[in-house]
Design a binder for this molecule. Structure first.
Ligand code: NAD
Ligand code: LMR
Length: 338
């Protein structure tokens, strides 16, 4: 989906749309000094839909902002905010992207990050709810299956919760699925887009290969290996980085694409659809009220949550394995705030 031609098409769409709509959009990145935050800030500086960029981190944001601000794209203002200037960083922002928090080391699960990241995300969300309650919040910090319920519960407590404005970014799973299916079948990943549903960790990541013309004929070991690689692609990077962190560059790419889609939806473009982890009615009757599936993005954020559509017998099994884990992760997040 996000191969080069698609990237160019997206950039050109954004340009055409922005020039006709001429919106002013202020975007904040919380955790902008980190492994994801830096390249994400760079990519957002190149997005014509972003007119102003506020970069915040407890370490290093002013330096990143000074650096990024020299890039010769149209956005007027890039400002770096140090640790004690969080409120200022959030004033008037329409979109807040949160990659703040610690990444995994080899041998850890995403849930092992909960103890550290839950409070970081809770405190940042409380500041957003207080200073910019109308902002759209895009959560990257892991474990996403729990941090999105945390942000939602914080907003609910503050009396400013709108489920249409809080998103867990699962786009890296979509990027990986397209790339890995492209590799397995010998096709350009621009053509091998896969809808990935569920959550963002191991068995909760459910790729719907049967809905792809390139994926539907895969069977046996090839199918099983591809599903495993999509579900555990993050581990490959964690292992290769040998303790220095997890995916940063591919995540920045995926996060920038998701942000672009949201900005296009907010600007009024129709038909912008992508998977994202949001408050969802699809499995709410089973006590799972957050779920990732294709979502149409529009002027108010979440415009329409699509059903998962027809799935194969194998995918039914993957979904059956996903739901109990997801439920536990969501409850853990909610309980943390209560
Ligand atoms: P990193 O350690 O390189 O950067 C994290 C940054 O957050 C640091 O600069 C740190 O100073 C900052 N930070 C910590 N506490 C903060 C606070 N209270 N306020 C503002 N900034 C704060 O880590 P990274 O590699 O950039 O990863 C960040 C997070 O993203 C991790 O939790 C990681 O697991 C997650 N992640 C998610 C996905 C996904 O698909 N959603 C993909 C990759 C990584
Ligand atoms: C990923 O999928 O790469 C991220 O969630 C980071 C991780 O911990 O694997």
């Amino acid at each position: 989906m996000f191969a080069r031609s698609a990237t160019r098409a997206l950039a050109s769409q954004s340009r055409q749309f922005s020039s006709s709509a001429a919106r002013q959009t202020k975007v904040a990145v919380l955790g902008a000094g980190g492994g994801i935050g830096q390249p994400l800030s760079l990519l957002l500086k190149t997005n014509p839909l972003v007119t102003s960029l506020n970069l915040y981190d407890i370490r290093g944001a002013p330096g990143v902002a000074a650096d990024v601000s020299h890039i010769d794209t149209a956005s007027e203002v890039v400002t770096g905010y140090p640790a004690d200037k969080l409120d200022q960083a959030l004033e008037g922002v329409e979109v807040v992207v949160i990659p703040a928090g610690v990444p995994r080391k080899p041998g850890m699960t995403r849930d092992d990050l909960f103890n550290t990241n839950a409070s970081i995300v809770r405190d940042l969300a409380a500041a957003v709810a207080r200073v910019s309650p109308q902002a759209h919040v895009l959560v990257i910090s892991n474990p996403v299956n729990s941090t999105v319920p945390i942000v939602s519960a914080v907003f609910e407590k503050a009396g400013v919760y709108d489920p249409a404005r809080i998103f867990g970014i699962t786009s890296l799973d979509v990027v990986r699925a397209a790339r890995f299916l492209g590799q397995v079948t010998g096709n350009d990943p621009a053509n091998t887009r896969v809808t990935v549903i569920g959550g963002h960790s191991g068995a909760t990541i459910v790729p719907l290969l049967s809905q792809s013309p390139y994926g539907k004929s895969l069977t046996g070991e090839v199918y099983a290996a591809l599903v495993h690689r999509i579900q555990f692609g993050g581990d490959e990077v964690v292992k290769a980085k040998e303790g220095a962190g997890s995916a940063t560059l591919s995540m920045a790419y995926a996060g920038a694409h998701f942000t672009d889609k949201l900005l296009r939806g907010l600007a009024g473009e129709k038909g912008v659809v992508t998977p994202t982890f949001v408050r969802s009615p699809l499995y709410a009757d089973q006590g799972i009220d957050f779920f990732s599936t294709n979502v149409e993005l529009g002027r108010n954020g979440v415009e329409k949550i699509h059903p998962i559509g027809p799935i194969s017998a194998e995918e039914e099994k993957l979904l059956a394995a996903c739901l109990p884990d997801l439920k536990k992760n969501i409850e853990k997040g909610k309980n943390f705030v209560q």
